[in-house]
Design a protein around this ligand. Structure first.
Ligand SMILES: [Zn+2]
Length: 250
């Protein structure tokens, strides 16, 4: 448990290098995890369309964290800077990230605790970012079992279901799509999870986002068995596709 696989401070310093005044690189220090800071940053503050992009809630899924660094380092925001305000939570589980663990330092799967009355610090931090409302939230994950990319989507506008298909059409140029009829215990069609309406006694972050009125909530799953470069690129293409989808609406 003590051997570190990654150093979150390296990620934070990469982000800091590309964030200059006014980008809101805010560090939250929490007493419960004194050695780990939780951070957020905002690009395009005040723009009309608002999205939150988060990663690393499962600490052993580093490609989302890397994708957020890459998005910033490769100036991918330039294409969206006149329309979008993007709030990034680059790593919601720094302890898990550093130790290569899905859970946090208390052994908790943070993405199961968004309905909990007194959730862990990391979840309280994530929930606090929903003090403003979003058109879009994107959560970047990866899956050790899947042979290809897939996604979950929920939202307030049924016509946006088209977005899931558009994302997979773009991603399939980078990596295969998981076309199985069942993925992770859920029924699926064409790489998109089809969920029932049964009430859940626990919420992942996406359902909390939906409860706060987010128009479209995406949970994106890349395939761990493929190369890190491909996983990063697949997530970046998915992010571009989602942002462009709403950009074109007006
Ligand atoms: Zn995950």
């Amino acid at each position: 448990m003590n051997s570190r696989k990654n150093d979150i401070e390296i990620i934070y310093s990469r982000l800091r290098q590309h964030l200059h005044g006014g980008n809101g690189f805010a560090i939250n220090h929490f007493m419960q995890t004194p050695e780990h800071s939780l951070v957020k940053f905002v690009l395009g503050k005040g723009n009309r369309l608002k999205a939150m992009i988060s990663a690393g809630i499962h600490g052993d899924e580093p490609s989302g964290v890397e994708a957020i660094c890459s998005f910033l380092e490769n100036n991918r925001f330039d294409n969206f800077s006149d329309e979008w305000e993007l709030t990034f939570l680059p790593c919601l589980n720094p302890y898990g990230y550093e130790h290569g663990l899905r859970e946090n330092h208390e052994g908790k799967d943070l993405n199961r605790l968004f309905k909990h009355e007194s959730p862990p610090t990391e979840v309280r931090f994530a929930k606090s970012i929903f003090d403003s409302s979003y058109d879009l939230t994107i959560e970047l994950h990866e899956d050790f079992m899947t042979p290809g990319y897939y996604l979950y989507q929920k939202g307030t506008h049924a016509e946006d279901d088209l977005l899931g298909k558009k994302i997979l059409q773009a991603v399939k140029n980078i990596m295969p799509i998981n076309l199985n009829g069942e993925i992770d215990g859920c029924s699926a069609q064409g790489g998109i999870i089809v969920q029932g309406n049964e009430p859940m006694d626990w919420w992942p972050m996406a359902l909390y986002s939906l409860s706060k009125g987010t128009r479209r909530c995406l949970t994106l799953e890349t395939a761990t068995k493929l190369s890190m470069d491909a996983r990063i690129e697949a997530h970046l293409v998915a992010i571009d596709t989602a942002l462009n989808y709403f950009s074109r609406k007006k």
